[in-house]
Ligand binder design. Structure first.
Ligand code: ZN
Length: 102
């Protein structure tokens, strides 16, 4: 396993994990349950970390995450399956889970 992301919150880690899952990359979130220990642990040791299961997909995972970070969230695109508008950096529809990648 290789670490590809350190998230500020568990929600952010979960969103990144869901995004990678949508393109076929399986991950594990470490420290998912450490947030409740903030104050007892050094802060950096309590942040959720996203680890890619398959080392061979590490670079692809980093590319996908970089794409999400760099895409302007203000540009919306409609879901081809259900038609709901999605923020431009989403890779799968928040409503139906359909793929948004071109
Ligand atoms: Zn949809």
């Amino acid at each position: 396993m290789k670490r590809v992301h350190v998230a500020a919150t568990l929600l952010e880690a979960q969103l990144a994990a869901d995004t990678l899952a949508a393109v076929g990359i399986t991950t594990h979130i470490l420290n998912a349950h450490a947030a409740g220990a903030l104050g007892d642990l050094p802060f950096l040791h309590a942040q959720p970390e996203l680890w890619v299961d398959d080392d061979a997909q590490t670079e692809r995972a980093r590319t996908v995450l970089a794409t999400i970070r760099d895409a302007p969230a203000s540009v919306e695109k409609p879901c081809p399956r259900c038609g709901k508008p999605n923020p431009g950096h989403f890779l799968s529809c928040w409503h139906c889970g359909g793929g948004l990648a071109d």
